[in-house]
Design a binder for this molecule. Structure first.
Ligand SMILES: O=C(O)CCC(=O)C(=O)O
Length: 259
């Protein structure tokens, strides 16, 4: 099936760009068409069921809810990540040169009651320049009943929050939780096929999925400047597929070029 039949290609208007800059986030409705959602759900569930067991409260968020590099296993996700409408949209925000920085499923299946505390995505893997974008594409309708995302509009303006973690915490990929005022938070309710974009400094969290009958499946994709470096890793370039423009790093140029 052609990509145009799966995805809605469009650019952000000036008003949307301004809203993104001011508030730090934006919701784009219906970026994936129903057939695209169906295909992604099917492919992602094959990968998910191969690797994941049912929810275990004694396991970490990573074990219960994340499946990294999903674009290696799901071809519709790969097309969406590398050549879908988010690429041009990311370029409108980041600039002419863009790479994919992360792809993963964040699936909170029914009964997965583990919350995910307040954090910035740049707290987990600090990238510079500070214009990386997180995109969360809903593969199910998501609302307060099944653990939707919450964020604090404008909170990106406080910049990088430095969290102290010792070597053991870093190694065990323990959760980074920052202080935030719940009263300022807004729930981000979406329909399957919608996507939420936000700034790398946006404070966000999610509650558990307390629904008995509704999964909350989200595709998490992050985009960064093609020359973005990992501040926490001797400023080495983040390896991620170049999706637009050029890069000064040979290793980025070559990375997943064959995919
Ligand atoms: O999917 C969620 O509920 C939270 C995901 C999230 O905040 C993250 O992966 O950074």
């Amino acid at each position: 099936m052609k990509k145009e039949e799966l995805f809605n290609y469009r650019k952000l208007s000036d008003g949307e760009l301004k809203s993104y800059q001011d508030n730090g986030y934006l919701i784009i409705k219906g970026i994936i068409k129903p057939e695209g959602v169906k295909q992604m759900q099917q492919e992602c569930m094959v990968a998910w069921n191969k690797e994941k067991e049912s929810f275990d409260p004694n396991k970490s968020w990573l074990q219960n809810s994340l499946l990294v590099n999903i674009h290696h296993q799901a071809s519709t996700v790969r097309d969406y990540y590398f050549e879908g409408p988010l690429v041009d949209i990311a370029s409108q925000i980041i600039g002419p040169n863009v790479k994919g920085a992360t792809s993963q499923l964040t699936f909170k299946m029914k009964g997965n009651t583990k919350p995910f505390g307040w954090h910035q995505d740049n707290g987990y893997g600090e990238l510079e320049p500070y214009n990386a974008i997180t995109t969360l594409t809903a593969l199910d309708d998501t609302d307060r009943g099944n653990g939707c995302l919450w964020l604090i509009p404008g909170s990106h303006k406080q910049g990088q929050i430095r969290v102290q973690q010792d070597a053991d915490q870093k190694k065990s990929q323990s959760e980074i939780i920052v202080e935030a005022d719940d009263k300022l938070a807004v729930p981000i309710e979406m329909k399957a096929g919608d996507t939420l974009l936000f700034n790398c400094w946006m404070l966000h969290k999610s509650d558990g999925n307390y629904s008995n009958d509704r999964d909350r499946r989200i595709l998490f994709l992050r985009y960064a400047d093609a020359d973005a470096v990992e501040v926490y890793n001797e400023r080495k370039p983040r390896l991620g597929r170049l999706v637009k423009g050029k890069t000064k790093f040979e290793e980025v140029k070559a990375f997943e070029a064959e995919l």
